[in-house]
Design a protein around this ligand. Sequence first.
Ligand code: NAP
Length: 283
Amino acid sequence: MILDGKAVSEKRLEILKEKIDESGLYPRLATVIVGNDPASQMYVRMKHRACERVGIGSVGIELPEDASTERVLETIARLNNDPDIDGILVQLPLPRGVDTTRVIDAVAPIKDVDGFHPFNLGRLLAGKPVYAPCTPQGIMTILDEYGIPARGQRAVVVGRSIDVGRPMAALLLNADATVTICHSKTRNIEDETRNADILVSAVGRAKFVRPEMVKVGATVIDVGINYDEQGKLCGDIDFEAVRERAGAITPVPGGVGPMTIATLMENTFKAARLRTCCDETAR
Ligand code: NAP
């Protein structure tokens, strides 16, 4: 079974648009981009387009490549204090000269729709998330939409970044999976991945996951965004070979990527509800 993230994201965005219409709220997202990285600019444009589609207002702030950490922090402080802004998204990666940890830590937790602030990561780890990071939360939504249970399953996450691997493991644990995290120092990684009922790869290397690393019938989720020798977009998983063994698999493109943006929209609506209505169900 191909897990069609594009179709799920379309469905979720339609439902969200209706919910926003019914709520009478006008959520607003501010994006902050530092420098001219074309990939980052493309992602931010896609996020603004999604906002427009569901009825979320968006403001884009662009700072030059040589902006200092202090200047980025000033921008964040202004957005934190702006009553018209519900969510703040700082597009990563930031240029080398900017202290990413200080910037992430500066975003007000209630406006942290990316879920990277230590408060939100801590809540996630405690099993009581407010905002979970969008990519792993989007993956949980795909599993849910396709009726793939995590409870009692062996889940293996390859990658331990703050934006994907670690929160993915926490979300799977919160959903009652038995979770293993692998990384570049893991020995005999295939011995771990072959045990996985649910295998998530967030490494960033084309054809990293080969068929012999996958249990027959497993659900295989590909987070990677890579380019093959021909310059074609691909994930971490050797898709054509692995799909023969997997029970379910996400393609690249059209798998995890669209869900990341849909989840950002959902988190922004949640931020608006939390800030304006003190909506207990949003907490
Ligand atoms: P990252 O911060 O570079 O983390 C990569 C992880 O892979 C690290 O934990 C690293 O281990 C591990 N790793 C590297 N080589 C390995 C190996 N040989 N064996 C086992 N583990 C290895 O990357 P990220 O931000 O998590 O992103 C991962 C990929 O997902 C990238 O391709 C990125 O573009 C993509 N991505 C996609 C989306 C989306 O929406 N689709 C969102 C975010 C990221 P160490 O910690 O030991 O170094």
